[in-house]
Design a protein around this ligand. Structure first.
Ligand SMILES: [Mn+2]
Length: 285
């Protein structure tokens, strides 16, 4: 099963600029469980999307999109998983591939970023998410999906967009560290924030997309669906602008938690990924 059901000519590893890495890791999800089924659902849905993109008037798959086998190393322990995933993707980044990891829970971002950091020093991390994920620990672990951004912020420049759910501890931490977050309440339905977000990032970025940043009306199949998220076209507009102005080195798309009867969520996730590939290929290759 490969992403997009793309012919061999455009999905072989060597010639592909894009590499899709399914990472069905789920250890600490707290509300609805099932993110381990996310990668499979996205790939399944991707086989039904049109490979021509009307917006960019292009066939993005021709840049080459290779789908790797599911990554499952170290899943019994979060730190082991992070290290193993970092080892895996470092090799891919060193070959100049744009790696798109499919989660699984948000914790996989830590492995992706660690792997990228060994190859690239100067990049910022843009996180699209409904949740701040800034708790120092949660349910006895510092590597919960609820602590991902907190771990990242210890060593990296991060910027969070779409936030609309956090606890008092996180609010206090944001004030203490004087962090600038872009809350959903300030950006949904507006456009002035897009350039401001972009201006705060380095020229190279790592992009982490927790699918719950989208409004649950278009993305209900997530672990913790929060009302009041971004809409489809404003998201696309932002991602197109972002891709034009910044070099995206790596991407993860996480927290899809498939509901068997809900095909639109998986389909929207697959389409969002293909849109990113379309923007990237029409502006940067
Ligand atoms: Mn989230």
């Amino acid at each position: 099963m490969n992403f997009g059901d793309i012919d061999r000519e455009f999905s072989g590893f060597e010639k592909s600029k894009i590499v899709i890495l399914p990472v069905p890791y789920e250890a600490t999800t707290t509300y609805r469980k099932g993110t381990q089924k996310g990668p499979e659902a996205i790939i399944e849905a991707s086989r039904n999307i049109e490979l021509y993109d009307e917006e960019t008037d292009s066939e993005p798959y021709k840049v080459g999109i290779h789908t790797l086998k599911e990554f499952r190393e170290g899943f019994d322990n979060p730190q082991k998983m992070i290290k193993a995933l970092a080892d895996k993707v470092q090799g891919l980044f060193s070959l100049g591939k744009l790696v798109i990891a499919l989660g699984g829970e948000h914790t996989i971002t830590l492995g992706m970023v660690e792997g990228l950091r060994r190859e690239e020093k100067d990049f910022s991390i843009l996180i699209l998410d409904a949740h701040a994920d800034l708790r120092n620990s949660y349910e006895g672990t510092k590597y919960s999906h609820a602590c991902g951004a907190r771990r990242l912020i210890e060593e990296n420049r991060i910027l969070q967009v779409g936030i609309r759910s956090l606890c008092q501890e996180e609010a206090d931490f944001i004030k203490k560290k004087d962090l600038k977050l872009f809350y959903a309440k300030d950006i949904v339905g507006k456009e002035d924030w897009m350039e401001e977000v972009i201006s705060r990032l380095s020229n190279k970025i790592y992009l982490s997309i927790d699918l719950d940043f989208l409004d649950p009306s278009i993305m209900p199949a997530v672990g913790t669906p929060e009302p009041g998220g971004l809409g489809w076209y404003e998201t696309l507009k932002f991602l197109r602008l972002l891709t034009k102005e910044k070099k995206i080195l790596g991407i993860d798309v996480v927290e899809l938690c498939p509901i068997p009867s809900d095909i639109p969520s998986s389909f929207a996730a697959a389409k969002l990924i293909y849109k990113l590939i379309a923007y990237r290929t029409t502006t940067q290759y």
